[in-house]
Design a protein around this ligand. Sequence first.
Ligand code: TXA
Ligand code: MG
Length: 326
Amino acid sequence: MLPTPFNESSLKHAVRWLRDGYLVAFPTETVYGLGADATNDEAVRAIYHTKGRPSNNPIIVHVADRVMAERYAIFDERAAHIADSLWCDALTLILPVRAGSVSPHILAGGKTIAVRAPKHDLAQALIRAFDGGIAAPSANRSGNISPTLAAHVLEEFAQHHGALRMILDGGHTHRGLESTVLDCTSEQLHILRAGSLDAAYIEAVTGHSCSFFAHDASSLLPSPGLLTSHYAPSCAVRLHATTLKHGEALLAFGAYDHMMGIEHACAVRNLSETGDLDEAAFHLYEWLRVLDHHRPSCIAVMPIPYDGVGKAINDRLQRASAPRTV
Ligand code: TXA
Ligand code: MG
């Protein structure tokens, strides 16, 4: 199953696979998604099975716009204003679910639903041609690095493609990091997952303040994708590196020639030579995969500022470096 170029014929095929209850991987502006008909129990179960995803981790439903989102989620005035101000873009809203509108497996036992309208022509064309919500987590095996190229999706599922029938190729995703997940179900807006849209931008555009959800270990996890090792290459990852050891690969940010031990590096990739955080987000997952392929003892990552999307980059790198649970 090689990635298929996008055209009228492949779009028609993709819609047919979705209607028949199979999975289709497709590009969005953030990362590639592993899509299924959000109303089809079997198809949604196949997402969990194909990804190896724990059944307590709910799935985002992708819609064309707010009108379509209202089929599945209940918007109050504030949520409608946020969607109208920021969609289509890399923002996922957590809202009360419209009872019975989607397969219960999407909700993983909860009463809320995650909806997002992607800013990507191909994703939009697919959703509109399908004329319904497409459930899609990132198109990687659970715990692995999210895919930013169709070739990454193929790499993830080459051994175990389950119900996946088609990978629509849209080239490199534009942003490279997942959407920001914003919980709109309580008075205070909470960011459950840092992502491509940073908090200050969301606040400035919507006029609502948002705080990061502070997880208390004794409470139920609001967004299960938040904890444990995640977004991880197969080798170890070491953060805030200022020197290099023998056999390590370097994930650089800015100038690195001066780095002590640089001659020991088995491979180097630079997230951004000029220190541009958007460019770093674009390259992050691809460079982690490339460096991992060199089989280094460890990927050493230079410090990355916590400004803007740098917060989400650091969040992903922290999870990539966390002790592995599997
Ligand atoms: O950019 C993205 O968001 C990509 C593209 C494909 O859209 N999708 C993505 O999906 O990253 P996934 O499944 O890898 O991550 C979705 C996150 C998970 O952390 C999940 O726990 C959380 O959203 N989530 C989904 N439904 C939720 C809900 N009802 N309440 C709280 N968190 C939810
Ligand atoms: Mg994911």
